[in-house]
Design a protein around this ligand. Sequence first.
Ligand code: G3I
Length: 315
Amino acid sequence: AATLNDLAEQHGRYFGSAVDNPELSDTAYADLLGSEFGATTPGNGMKWDATEPQQGVFDYTKGDEIVAFAEAHHLKVRGHTLLWHNQLPNWLTSRTWTADQLRAVLKNHIHNVVTHYRGKVFAWDVANEIMNDDGSYRQNIFYTTIGPGYIADALRWAHEADPHVKLYLNDYNIDGIGAKSNAYYTLIQRLKAQGVPIDGLGFQGHLALQYGFPDEVQQNLQRFADLGVDVAFTELDIRMTLPSDPTKLAEQADWYGRITRACLAVRRCVGITLWGYSDRHSWIPSVFPGEGAALPWDEYLQPKPAYYAIREALQ
Ligand code: G3I
């Protein structure tokens, strides 16, 4: 039978799933990842604490492991992420930097990592989660030390190291129209006007049934596409309060179908990536106790109603 990625490819899209390095030793899980999907994203393996554990000392073991798996199974790889406020190494967070020093640190990191993965990843989440929910800039170490210009700098440095890779900003709670997605709209408009290399906006899509379906998803994707950037769902999962029951699973399936159809309706929506594809390996229960069951496959790797809803939307 056709896989989700086969069906997505008929529309010129990919269907992917993130993977964290330890999950590759779960052979049943890795087999399905390698056969069902057309793209993957390292869940942790390319983050700053993994790639530059000591200043100027780069370690590509984890990222390379996922790239090798991807190459063996013909998956494209999304690079995640060059700059984020979480999972920064201690050497970076445990001292104070001048703006010039931190700019040099950021430039060196981006140049090294992007150069290493040149030709191996098709896109980079250059800057992850740089806005607050109210649309103001997040006060991360880069913002407070360098100022808002760090975003354009990071994009330019990534472009210097690989002029062909697609450069994305990526965030959560921007799936619908609201203060946070409006802030990205303004930012991308300004970056474009200034000639800063920006190719896409990643919509993480960490949704939860209890908060309601985001407003006007398709219109939101379309307004960014109209600015001249690609869009993608990059970390999709749809959690619920446990235990799951048939009613919740049906609503979840409906949401997965709606997200898939919204993407297909927007020409520049290039693909959908799940943040892991099964309830067996998911970040949610440890971060949101009492919530979970967020993925289209259950903990036994059996497809749930959400899987069939995605198929139907892709057919
Ligand atoms: O590697 C250590 C291990 O040595 C230690 O024994 C263990 C004990 O807690 O922790 C391990 O590190 C964990 C790491 O994942 C690797 O498994 C961290 O505690 C844990 O916090 C970390 O969680 C990751 C999270 O980002 C960190 O913020 C999740 O796996 C990862 O899925 C999640 O991904 C993020 C995206 O990057 C950005 N968008 C949101 C998304 C979900 O939070």
